[in-house]
Write a protein that binds this ligand. Sequence first.
Ligand code: HGY
Ligand code: MN
Ligand code: MN
Length: 406
Amino acid sequence: MTEKKGPDPFFSLALSQLDELYAIGGGPGANRPGLSAAEEEAHHLVECWMQDAGLETSRDAVGNLYGRLRGRRPELGEIWCGSHLDTVPSGGKFDGALGVIGSLAAVSGLEQGDRTVAVVAFRDEEGWRFGRGFFGSRAATGQLPPDAYDLADREGVTVRDALEQLGYGASDPASAPVDLPAVFLELHIEQGPVLAGRSAPVGIVESIVGLVELDVVFEGKAGHAGTTPMADRRDAALCAAAFQLEIADAARAIENAVATVGVISVEPGASNVIPRVARLVVDARAPDDDRVADLERRIRDAAERCAEAYGCTAEMGEGARTHAVLTDPAVKATATTAANGAPALPSGAGHDAQILGMAGVPVGMVFARSLAGGVSHSPLEDTSAEDVGIAIGVLQRALAELASAP
Ligand code: HGY
Ligand code: MN
Ligand code: MN
């Protein structure tokens, strides 16, 4: 199994840097929405740490941050590692941050190789503020939809406004793409119980889940909560409740599919008014695109059925959509060798690595074991300092190998 990695100066520094990042944005948990002042503060802090480590730093049109260790042969494609620094509300200490800080520690201890190695921090991977997610990696790989900068947050601030406020006056999504790397290898906390169940400190990812986000609006009829007979009601919230039960059944009917509604609101929003409108965002995932398509079909059918049953109309919009992605066999093999053997496992979480994979970049992922039952997107997210050290060592050996490849 993976050799024990003793703490080295970069590893100890990484632990204190993770603590410092976790404090940004206030608690409980980590609170760094995409393109917010808190995410920008995290990016600025990491940029300084990259410079302290002797890396050449730069930012692209949307504020993705790059720290480069230049290789001897600039004509060869680069090797990228890294992840994201934004979080979900009350997120964990390690989701994203471990990938950026662990990569910085790994690259800080690397000798110069043939290929340039870059540590990358992608913007707004989670999509908490504007919806959709994977914003920075989609921008860098030319996968943003034309309306991407028009998306607005709950206060009506658009992506374009937020970019301008941060000084990234990106004109339009088409100007965002950058030269892509030869390989992207992402370190991330597992966010699940598999490695703990296998007593393995690290795992090597074989596939990354496909997902679709559906924006659903049910519209019924407002009315008096006390005087309207039950049989005469067109209660949009009741329709939404029935729909949520149906999407859970749809996910259970498909092997390893999952679905939930993490965002829901009703209008007009008074306790004594029968809700006229219910707005929901469905997050639906499955290990391959066929199963995502089957799940999406069942969810759309359920929306129509529930709307009819409760006298409502249903409107379906689409939020984020990512393809299921297989990691590159050669990159997976390099990471497995660097780990002296480690379990292969699928990722039920989406990652920037899949966005680069969708753009044709050979990708790999190294997972550090989650503790606390694998909980994530929660302040309870946890891993051990030892596993962080082991994961950094695995990443460093894999990067050294990839950077020396002809
Ligand atoms: O939702 C996800 O899987 C990732 O955390 N953005
Ligand atoms: Mn996440
Ligand atoms: Mn993440």
